[in-house]
Design a protein around this ligand. Sequence first.
Ligand SMILES: [Mg+2]
Length: 207
Amino acid sequence: MSTALSPTPTAVVFDLGKVLLDFDYGIVARRLAAHSGRDAEQIRGLLDQSPLLFRFESGQMTNDEFFREVSALTAYTGAFDEFADIFGDIFTAIHPMIDLHAQLRARGVPTFIFSNTNDLAVRHIRANFPFFAQFTDYIYSHEAGAMKPDHRIYELVERRTGRRGAELLYLDDRKENVDAGHARGWRVVHHQTPEQTIAAVRAAGLL
Ligand SMILES: [Mg+2]
């Protein structure tokens, strides 16, 4: 990637988890464990990066199906609404990155959320994090029926943004995800710290 010769991107694509919001499935595991027959580490193993979560986040299960399956696997005895509250409440703000997003919006730069996620998480985030309403559009795995780094969801980003190649600047903390964007000619930042990412956005000419 040449920074000197590349044109300035015209939109920024943000991953959500570990970029704008930190998350910890240990929190939900401990809270579900208090209402179930399993210990928190077992429950965490059922959720965090698990085949079950993959099915949920790739749109193969409804909220109710996910709830029923987690309840059956963990002997969780609470109701759906309580489960939804517990399951969604795992996020904390990464303020320097939320500030970066606000600066881009103030400059009129279109911004997009591009996330492997699920409907319970999105509902919780919408209700609790006002910054989340400020993006131009949202591309979610559970709606797309494909997860990053599957090329189909990158194609959907290109359609929804109306942009391709170096017109897009993409920020994600997972190497396999940024590699898939880079392979399409997107400009990419492998997010590790807010300081490095903000410097990269500035170097791209957007700040
Ligand atoms: Mg992430």
